[in-house]
Design a protein around this ligand. Structure first.
Ligand SMILES: Nc1nc2c(c(=O)[nH]1)N[C@H]1C(S)=C(S)[C@@H](COP(=O)(O)OP(=O)(O)OC[C@H]3O[C@@H](n4cnc5c(=O)[nH]c(N)nc54)[C@H](O)[C@@H]3O)O[C@H]1N2
Ligand SMILES: Nc1nc2c(c(=O)[nH]1)N[C@H]1C(S)=C(S)[C@@H](COP(=O)(O)OP(=O)(O)OC[C@H]3O[C@@H](n4cnc5c(=O)[nH]c(N)nc54)[C@H](O)[C@@H]3O)O[C@H]1N2
Ligand SMILES: [Mo]
Length: 673
C-alpha cells in the first residue's frame, strides 16, 4: 500500500546567494519531489531547476555509495570497492608516515563550498586539520578580491537587507548575472519595477540578466573602476552629491575628488567603450534617484584589478547619501551579518604550528609541483579542483605525481576522483544535520536530516570526527555531536536552538546599530574614500583605475563564467540539466568570427600559452568585439574531446585578497579540424 506523502522542510546547500528554504515530498522513505518553501520570507515558494532536480541527483545511478581504492594508473577512474575500515587504515597510515617523515605541512586539505552547511564546510574539518598540523589553505577562489575591496571602503562584508530592495527606485546590477545566479533578487527587483524602479545592467555580456533589465550598458571587461570614477566625476562636477552625508559619515572626499577629476566622460569612454552620452546619463540618473541600490556581482572581481573595481563602486552610495534609506545602498555580500565566533567553531588553537605553510587555492597547480616543500597528501572535499581551479595543465600534472597520496570525499566520481588513491562516499545534504547562512539574505536556517545516509555514505562532519578518533585525538573538540556544535554556534549569538528548530529559520540583527551608516567598522569608523589601511597594505589609498595587462599573441579576452543549469561543476554529470543547457558554447562577435572563418555551430579550439579547450561557436552580437565568452564548468567528455575551460586560465592573483583572475585570460580561437 502506498504510504501517504509527507512534506519535510529542507534547505538548499548550493553555493548560491539565495540559500533557499525547500519543502521535500517523501514517499515510502524516498524523496520524490523538491519545491520551494512558500512560508519562507525570501524563498516564497520559488526555486530554480537545479534544486528541483535534487531527487535525480540524490538517487543517481552513478552516486558513490562506498569507499573505493585506486587499482589502475592515476587519471583512469579504475577503482575497487573497499571497506571504511580499510580506507581509514590506509589514510591514517599515510598521515602518520608523512607527518613523521616530512611534518604535518606536507598534508594539504583542499575544500570549498560544494555544501554550504557550516558544520560540513568549515566546522569539524577545520578542527581536524588544525590538530593534524597540516598546511593552511587560503580559500580565495570565489569572492576574496571583491570582499577585500568592499571592506576597505565599508569595514565589513555587509550591504543592505535585500528584502528592502523592493523600495529601490534605481537598481544597478553590476557584473552579476542575477537571472541565473541570484533568482530572488530578480523577484525583488521586479517588485520594485512595478512601483516605478528602473533596472540598469552593467555587464560585458548581453546575458539573460541584460535582456531582462531596462537598460543595458555593455562595458569592456576589467574597466569598471574607470566607470565608477567617471560617474563620480559627473556627480561631483554637477553637484549631485549629498554634502551633509559626506561630511558626517565619510573621510577622504577631497582626495577622491582629485582622483575623479581625471575621469571626464571622454577619458571614461576611452577605457570602458561606453559612449560619453551613456556615461553622463547613467551618472545623472544615479545622482538624481533615491533610493538607489547597486548589486555588485562576482564577475567583475574575477580580474587582476577586481578588488579595486569593487572598492571604487562601493564608494558610490555614500557620495549620494544612500546608506540608511530603505532600499538605498549596495550589496556585494552579506556574510558579515552572521557574526559567528569562527575561532570557537574552527579551533585554530589546536594547531601546533601556526606558522605552517599557507597555500592559496588559486595556485594549487604550482603548490603541487613545488618540490622544495612537497605536498605529500592532498585531501579534497566539497570541491572539484580538477575542474574549477585555474591552470589545469599544472593542476593535473601535480595530481598525477606518483608520490602524492590523494583522498577525495564526494558524492560522484568527479574529474578530481580520476587522480584519487582513495575515494570516500559523501552524503548529500538531505542526509545531514547542519546550519546554513546565506551570503545575500539574512536568515540563518537549520537543516534536519530528511533521509538516512545512502549506502555507506558519511557526512564531512562524521568523516573528520571518525578520522580524529583513529588518529587518537582525544580533545573535547572532537567529542561533540552535530547538535552540540549547532547549539554552541547559535547560542553564542543569542539565538535559541529550540526556536530555530521550531521555525527552521531566524533573521539576523538589522537594527540601526548593526547597519550602515551608523555602524561602519573601518579604522576611522567612517566610509573611507581614503584608506590609510590600503596604503599600509601597499595599495593606492584612493580608488584608481589600472588597465588589465594585455597579451600580444592572444588578442581575445576569454571570459568563462557560470551557466544557468549547473552550479559551478556540480550537476555537470546530470543528463536532464545538460540537455537544458545545450552544448558548451563559445560566444563570439561576428567580426572576430569572420576574421577566423568561424560560423555558428562550428567546433572551435580556444587556446593560449597554457592550454586549450574545445567548444561550439555561437556567433553573436551579445559579446563585444575582442571578447569571447563561455558559460559553465562542464565535465570532461572524451566523445567530444572536451576539456575544462580552466586549461586556459592562469594562477596569477588579483590585486587584493589573493583572489582568482579567471576572467583576465587572453586567448586565440580557431576552427577545429
Ligand atoms: N546557475 C548558477 N548559479 C550560480 C552559480 C553557478 O555556477 N550557476 N555559481 C554560484 C557562485 S559560486 C557564484 S560566486 C555566483 C556568481 O554569480 P555572479 O555574481 O552573477 O558572477 P558571474 O556569473 O561569475 O559573473 C557575472 C557577470 O560578470 C560579467 N563580467 C565579466 N567580466 C566583467 C567585467 O569586467 N565587468 C563587468 N561589469 N562584468 C563582467 C560576466 O559576463 C557575467 O555575466 O553565482 C552562484 N550561483
Ligand atoms: N573558469 C572558471 N572557473 C571557476 C569559476 C568561474 O566562474 N570560471 N568560478 C569559481 C568560483 S566563484 C567558485 S565558488 C569555484 C567553485 O568550485 P567548487 O567549490 O569546487 O565547486 P563545484 O564544482 O560545485 O564542486 C563542489 C563539489 O563538492 C561536492 N559536494 C557537495 N556536497 C558535498 C558534501 O557534503 N561533502 C563532500 N565531501 N562533497 C560534497 C559536489 O559533488 C562537487 O563535486 O569555482 C571557481 N572556478
Ligand atoms: Mo563562487
Amino acid at each position: 500500500m502506498e504510504e501517504k506523502a509527507a512534506m519535510v522542510r529542507s534547505v538548499c546547500p548550493l553555493d548560491c546567494p539565495d540559500a533557499c528554504s525547500l519543502m521535500v515530498e517523501k514517499r515510502n522513505g524516498k524523496i520524490v519531489k523538491v519545491e520551494g518553501n512558500k512560508h519562507h520570507p525570501v524563498t516564497k515558494g520559488v526555486i530554480c531547476h537545479k534544486a528541483r532536480k535534487f531527487p535525480e541527483r540524490v538517487y543517481h545511478h552513478e552516486r558513490v555509495l562506498y569507499p573505493l581504492k585506486r587499482k589502475g594508473k592515476k587519471g583512469t577512474l579504475a577503482f575497487q570497492r573497499i571497506s571504511w575500515e580499510e580506507a581509514y587504515e590506509e589514510i591514517v597510515t599515510q598521515f602518520r608516515h608523512v607527518i613523521q617523515t616530512y611534518g604535518g605541512e606536507a598534508i594539504l586539505p583542499y575544500s570549498f563550498y560544494g555544501n554550504m552547511g557550516i558544520l560540513n564546510s568549515e566546522g569539524m574539518d577545520r578542527r581536524f586539520f588544525h590538530k593534524l598540523g597540516s598546511s593552511f589553505l587560503v580559500r580565495s577562489i570565489c569572492n576574496s578580491a571583491g570582499a577585500k575591496g568592499f571592506q576597505y571602503t565599508m569595514g565589513v562584508n555587509k550591504g543592505i537587507d535585500p528584502e528592502e530592495t523592493v523600495h529601490s527606485k534605481l537598481i544597478i546590477i553590476w557584473g552579476c548575472n542575477l537571472v541565473s545566479t541570484n533568482l530572488h533578487q530578480v523577484l525583488y527587483a521586479n517588485e520594485a519595477r512595478k512601483h516605478g524602479a528602473k533596472i540598469v545592467v552593467i555587464d560585458t555580456h548581453r546575458n539573460r540578466t541584460a535582456k531582462w533589465g531596462d537598460w543595458f550598458l555593455q562595458i569592456r571587461p576589467g574597466t569598471d573602476a574607470a566607470l565608477a570614477l567617471g560617474i563620480m566625476h559627473i556627480l561631483i562636477q554637477e553637484n549631485l552629491i549629498h554634502s551633509e552625508f559626506i561630511q558626517k559619515y565619510t573621510i577622504g572626499f577631497e582626495q577622491l575628488k582629485k582622483k575623479a577629476a581625471d575621469f571626464p566622460p571622454s577619458e571614461t569612454s576611452k577605457w570602458t567603450g561606453l559612449s560619453e552620452e551613456e556615461i553622463v546619463t547613467l551618472a545623472r540618473l544615479y545622482g538624481r534617484t533615491t533610493p538607489s541600490f547597486i548589486r555588485i556581482g562576482n564577475g567583475l572581481q574575477h580580474h587582476e584589478n577586481g578588488g579595486m573595481a569593487v572598492r571604487a563602486i562601493s564608494c558610490l552610495p555614500a557620495l549620494t547619501g544612500q546608506w540608511g534609506i530603505p532600499g538605498g545602498g549596495a550589496l556585494k555580500g552579506n556574510s558579515g551579518f552572521f557574526s559567528f565566533n569562527k575561532w570557537k567553531i574552527q579551533r585554530p588553537d589546536l594547531h601546533q604550528n601556526p606558522r605552517a605553510y599557507t597555500i592559496n587555492m588559486n595556485q594549487i597547480g604550482n603548490a603541487l609541483l613545488d618540490m622544495s616543500r612537497p605536498i605529500k597528501v592532498l585531501f579534497v572535499y566539497n570541491s572539484n579542483p580538477a575542474q574549477v581551479a585555474p591552470d589545469q595543465e599544472k593542476v593535473r600534472a601535480g595530481l598525477l605525481r606518483d608520490d602524492l597520496f590523494t583522498v577525495v570525499h564526494d558524492q560522484f566520481l568527479t574529474d578530481t576522483c580520476r587522480y584519487a588513491d582513495i575515494v570516500l562516499p559523501a552524503t548529500s545534504h538531505f542526509e545531514n544535520l547542519d546550519l546554513y547562512k546565506s551570503y545575500w539574505h539574512l536568515y540563518l536556517q537549520l537543516h534536519e536530516p530528511v533521509i538516512p545516509p545512502l549506502g555507506e555514505a558519511k557526512s564531512n562532519f562524521t568523516l573528520f570526527k571518525e578520522l580524529a578518533e583513529r588518529m587518537g585525538f582525544d580533545d573535547e573538540a572532537f567529542q561533540v555531536t552535530e547538535e552540540d556544535m549547532i547549539k554552541e554556534i547559535v547560542e553564542d549569538i543569542g539565538i535559541e536552538y529550540e526556536e530555530l528548530k521550531k521555525k527552521g529559520y531566524v533573521k539576523m540583527n538589522v537594527s540601526k546599530n548593526n547597519t550602515f551608516p551608523h555602524h561602519v567598522p573601518t579604522p576611522s569608523k567612517k566610509v573611507e574614500f581614503y584608506s590609510e589601511r590600503m596604503k599600509k597594505d601597499g595599495l593606492p589609498p584612493v580608488p584608481v583605475f589600472k588597465p588589465i595587462q594585455k597579451e600580444k599573441e592572444f588578442p581575445l579576452m576569454f571570459i568563462s563564467g557560470p551557466n544557468h543549469q549547473f552550479l559551478n561543476s556540480t550537476f555537470g554529470n546530470m543528463d536532464s540539466l545538460k540537455k537544458l543547457e545545450g552544448k558548451p558554447r563559445l560566444h563570439i562577435h561576428p567580426t572576430d568570427a569572420q576574421q577566423r572563418g568561424i560560423k555558428t555551430d562550428d567546433p572551435v579550439i580556444v587556446y593560449n600559452q597554457r592550454g586549450r579547450c574545445r567548444l561550439f561557436a555561437n556567433v553573436t552580437n551579445d559579446c563585444l568585439e575582442g571578447t569571447i565568452i563561455t558559460q559553465g564548468l562542464w565535465w570532461e567528455d572524451e566523445k567530444i574531446g572536451f576539456q575544462s575551460v580552466n586549461f586556459l586560465t592562469s594562477q596569477k592573483l588579483a590585486d587584493m585578497g589573493g583572489g582568482a583572475c579567471f576572467f583576465s585570460t587572453f586567448a586565440e580561437v580557431k576552427k577545429a579540424d
